[in-house]
Design a protein around this ligand. Structure first.
Ligand code: LMR
Length: 338
């Protein structure tokens, strides 16, 4: 025991003397990747793909441990854990960076701002996507990629067909002020809650309803405790894959390059599977037969848009007018057109 402690010190001393970082000294290098969704979601499958590719490309010098479904940390805790270096990689939803002080990401939460995935690609693969990721660095994070999930649907125990149907409904939201404003614009009562707590809150009536992508609704079994789903596609959920900056900068350059390549490939994979995963999940919700699925008429959609586009103006001072404007330019969204 004592001998091994001595040896440990010796190796540590030698490591420092050779100028190696803690990451290099550890063999294999461990990347703990914590996330909150189930493994069979777009994010869960992309995280597993990254693990496979990273271990393969580094020839086993890196081991990725994926912890899905909030098994390690919930939403808020995982960001703190990444800052502290207790985990090395996360993929939080873009709606969860506001409390960290990076409010610009909430532009993605503005209702209807992304008409389709093509528009999304123009934003995240262009200069705007890169400049948003840069804003994470002063917080101790490096943004490596954007991973897709999809468009959100509304659920509740009553049909939500017109803005007036939301009045007084308690709706669970992610920690985004834009989402808070979105539900207030509909006369609902928003409540921030960790993703891992949503099923129980819906089941026990702590909240009446929520919004999420079909893949998240289905894999968390929310549809079992929600009688109605509106196929509204009124907003978007996607992710920023982030790493602890100290950890990443401390990696040997060749390994960092291999991990970058693994991330590029898993991002292509993530963005390829996301739409189908959500389409399949919506179909599975339909088949489960517990939730009535409503499709809005063009008149109902117009009423939602009219009520919700006002949120863009209300949130301009928080997000930044120029950020919203560049988003409009990239996506072709026109707030004056219904
Ligand atoms: C949510 O909290 O609803 C989502 O951000 C969960 C996720 O990571 O997709």
């Amino acid at each position: 025991m004592r001998l091994s402690a001595h040896l440990g010190h010796l190796v540590f001393g030698l490591t420092l003397a050779l100028g190696l970082t803690a990451a290099q000294a550890q063999s294999p290098i461990i990347i703990k990747f914590s996330h909150v969704t189930a493994s069979d979601t777009p994010k869960g499958r992309a995280a597993d793909k990254f693990k496979e590719l990273a271990e393969q490309k580094t020839g086993g010098k890196v081991k990725v441990e994926v912890y899905p479904n909030s098994t390690l940390y919930k939403d808020k805790e995982e960001l703190e854990a990444l800052q502290l270096g207790s985990v090395q990689m996360l993929a939080p939803s873009l709606a969860k960076f506001g409390p960290l002080g990076v409010k610009e990401f909430e532009v993605f939460d503005l209702p209807y701002i992304l008409p389709d995935r093509e528009a999304l690609r123009k934003v995240v693969d262009g200069p705007m996507g890169a400049s948003l990721l840069k804003k994470l660095e002063p917080k101790g994070f490096i943004g490596l990629a954007y991973w897709d999930n999809g468009f959100k649907q509304m659920t509740a125990n009553k049909p939500l067909l017109l803005p007036a149907d939301f009045r007084g409904q308690k709706m669970r939201i992610q920690s985004s002020k834009v989402l808070d404003s979105q539900f207030r614009a509909l006369g609902a009562i928003p409540q921030v809650m960790a993703f891992s707590e949503v099923y129980q809150a819906l089941q026990t009536g702590v909240v009446d309803g929520t919004e999420n992508t079909a893949s998240n609704i289905y894999t968390q079994k929310m549809h079992e405790v929600q009688k109605h789903l509106t196929n509204s596609n009124h907003g978007y959920i996607g992710y920023a894959v982030i790493v602890n900056k100290g950890f990443w900068d401390g990696l040997p350059a060749d390994i960092r390059g291999q991990l970058d390549a693994a991330m590029k490939e898993s991002t292509i994979y993530a963005n390829e599977i996301a739409k189908r995963d959500n389409d399949d999940a919506l179909e599975a919700i339909r088949k489960a037969g517990k939730t009535e699925i409503h499709t809005l008429t063009p008149e109902q959609t117009a009423a939602w848009r009219k009520a919700l586009v006002a949120v863009h103006r209300d949130m301009a001072s928080r997000i930044g007018k120029e950020v919203i404007q560049s988003f409009y330019e990239a996506t072709g969204f026109d707030p004056n057109k219904s």
